[in-house]
Design a protein around this ligand. Structure first.
Ligand SMILES: [Cu+2]
Length: 166
């Protein structure tokens, strides 16, 4: 499954390269307001893995202030090779292809529940800095929000050294 996703990503990147150098769709000119009306992202954070090379996890809260449901169906994190929505069920995790947030509702991605598994983290993603997540919705809109990067174990302190070996 991860290999398949990587193959798809590779194809997308190859196509983008042929078309010119606009693999970043000008984030500054497409303000968050361009996203589906009324969606807010708060508390975004990326928790680094305890063992470098392992996947990390991203968490945030989505609030749908609109009247109609919003369906989140893609997650892209700057500096990560791949990001997948998962849901923890008992001791296992299952891929979550999409996440439906009803009008007036919210969705919380938090440890032990729904989360974004983040693969192939770039070395520049270190605790105490930030990166960005871009959420794609079923209506084609996108929303970009900051993720503060945390050391494994949460508080951003003690575990940080493990990820900072030189
Ligand atoms: Cu997971």
């Amino acid at each position: 499954m991860p290999n398949m996703r990587l193959a798809i990503l590779a194809t997308v990147f190859a196509g983008t390269t042929l078309g010119g150098c606009h693999h970043q769709p000008a984030p500054s000119s497409s303000a968050p307001a361009a996203a589906q009306a009324g969606i807010l992202v708060t508390g975004g954070r990326l928790v680094l893995p305890a063992v470098p090379g392992n996947p990390g996890a991203a968490y945030f809260t989505l609030v749908n202030q609109g009247h109609s449901a919003a369906i989140l169906n893609s997650v892209v994190i700057d500096g990560a090779g791949q990001a997948e929505m998962h849901e923890t069920a008992g001791n296992a995790m299952q891929p979550l292809p999409s996440l439906n947030i009803r009008g007036g509702g919210s969705a919380i991605l938090a440890p032990g529940g729904k989360h974004v598994m983040v693969f192939a983290l770039a070395p520049r993603l270190v605790a105490g800095t930030t990166t960005q997540v871009t959420l794609g919705f079923s209506d084609g809109s996108k929303l970009t929000a900051p993720l503060s990067i945390e050391a494994p174990g949460g508080a951003g302190g003690a575990g940080a050294m493990g990820g900072m070996k030189m």
